[in-house]
Write a protein that binds this ligand. Structure first.
Ligand SMILES: [Zn+2]
Ligand SMILES: [Zn+2]
Length: 231
């Protein structure tokens, strides 16, 4: 949430762009030129948000089988420099970058994108959380929670299995690897839930969590993420 104090401070001490070091002269440490050059996800599957050629609306995978979430909204293709920014945010604890990316996410929400009832960030296993010190998805969700004035649940959803990294796995192996990884200790009563993740890759993680959320009584589930990997 931008306050008059933020605006005053940025007027007196103009922000410095995290990519080119220029003065940004606005309430964000990213200049307009660098913002325009980011790999915006301009055309994507209307359901799972995978980057698509302009004449396709829904990807082949979603045509064959709909994922267990209504839709996914992602802002960027997971490419340079967004990939580096996300790595710096996660692995080097650069929370300023997280705030910038989350602000761009809020600013990119399509007109008519109404607020869900509850935000559920993809939880980290407690050993990863201990090592990293924070959950990057919760940091992103916090900005969305402030923007919409809706609750954020970081307490009732946990990652109970410390899964192997999904990076080197095939799609089938990713689905098997993540199965049963989450637990939710509450029930929902028809709420519209938005899962928040930093990067959606195969979609196996958010699909697993969406299935569990549905089984706990959610009315619908969607996914909001900073970046989406290409096919
Ligand atoms: Zn710049
Ligand atoms: Zn799709």
């Amino acid at each position: 949430m931008t306050t008059w104090l933020d605006n005053f401070l940025f007027a007196v001490l103009p922000g410095t762009c995290i990519l080119c070091d220029a003065y940004t002269r606005r309430n964000l440490d990213l200049c307009l030129a660098c913002e325009a050059d980011l790999p915006w996800l301009n055309h994507a599957c209307l359901i799972c948000s995978i980057p698509l050629p302009e004449d396709d609306a829904i990807c082949g995978k979603c045509l064959v089988k709909r994922p267990p979430f209504t839709r996914c909204h992602s802002v960027f293709v997971y490419r340079f420099p967004v990939d580096r920014l996300i790595l710096n945010f996660k692995e080097k604890q650069n929370l300023v970058i997280g705030k910038i990316l989350a602000t761009l996410l809020v600013n990119s929400l399509p007109r008519g994108f109404s607020a869900p009832d509850l935000l559920v960030p993809v939880p980290l296993h407690k050993s990863t959380l201990r090592k990293r010190g924070f959950n990057q998805s919760a940091e992103i969700a916090r900005v969305l929670s402030d923007f919409w004035s809706i609750p954020l649940d970081t307490q009732n959803c946990s990652r109970v299995i410390n899964t192997r990294s999904q990076k080197s796995l095939s799609l089938n192996d990713r689905v098997a690897n993540i199965r049963g990884a989450f637990d939710i200790s509450r029930n929902y009563q028809g709420e519209r839930i938005a899962i928040v993740d930093d990067v959606v890759t195969s979609g196996a993680t958010v699909a697993e969590l969406a299935r569990l959320i549905a089984s706990k009584g959610a009315g619908s589930t969607e996914v909001i993420s900073i970046a989406r990997t290409p096919i």
